[in-house]
Design a protein around this ligand. Structure first.
Ligand code: ADP
Ligand code: NI
Length: 215
């Protein structure tokens, strides 16, 4: 029965996200699912079915992919209610997706182990080689520069400058990507992040070398 529900969910998500090119395509979902299940297995924690369902559905209510926040939530709820799931499982899955899409960045005390694992898996996919590729894909879609040395990093901007919203994909590394390693919940994810974090540091170093006309 669980297998059938997973298959239905997979088909639903593929259909909803298939053509997205802002970094939320089906293969992002597949990587998050794989990483989440790997973390759960290594940590020997969490309910695997709940984790897999939440990983599959985590981007469905994302504001960027829906006409409004409410429309996104409705889409998630309608789908979940169409499945033969008990209420407790429904509540758990919704709770995870709500807590990980909260963009505050700081860990809330109320997160379940399943939420911590899915959040880690989502964050792992935003760093390393894949994270670099996603940042530039997102930046291209938004029409922002690869890099603009004139733009200050967020910490050095005034509120007004920030509101004007100018950024570059390289800036996104300082605003978010390089901070993710320290925000992970599980030891397994922290281990996975080491190599990926270092790879981003090396990428930036080489990027500036080439930017300045060095080999
Ligand atoms: P998440 O999947 O964690 O919710 P987002 O929806 O914020 O991430 O973004 C999707 C992808 O686009 C991520 O890989 C993220 O790093 C990247 N991204 C988000 N904002 C920017 C930005 N301003 N510049 C470049 N890349 C971005
Ligand atoms: Ni995601």
């Amino acid at each position: 029965m669980f297998e059938n529900i997973i298959q239905k969910t997979e088909a639903f998500v593929k259909n909803e996200l298939g053509s997205d090119s802002t970094g939320h395509d089906w293969y992002h979902i597949e990587r998050v699912r794989k990483n989440a299940l790997y973390i759960a297995q290594t940590e020997k924690k969490g309910d695997r079915f709940i984790i897999e369902m939440a990983a599959l559905l985590h981007d469905i209510p994302d504001e960027k992919l829906n006409s409004s926040k409410e429309a996104g939530e409705k889409k998630l709820l309608e789908f979940l209610y169409s499945l033969e799931l008990d209420q407790e499982a429904q509540k758990k899955i919704i709770g995870i997706i709500e807590s990980i899409s909260f963009k505050g960045g700081t860990k809330t005390d109320l997160m379940s182990i399943e939420a911590e694992i899915v959040q880690d898996a989502d964050r792992i996919d935003a760093i390393g080689a894949i994270g670099i590729a996603r940042a530039f894909a997102y930046g291209g879609k938004k029409g922002q520069a690869l890099y603009d040395p004139e733009i200050k990093v967020r910490e050095e901007m005034t509120e007004e400058e920030y509101r004007k919203g100018k950024s570059s994909s390289i800036h996104h590394f300082y605003e978010k990507l390089l901070k993710l390693k320290a925000r992970l919940n599980t030891e397994t994810a922290k281990n996975m992040a080491e190599k990926r974090h270092q790879y981003m540091e090396e990428f930036l170093e080489q990027f500036y070398h080439e930017w300045n006309g060095q080999s």
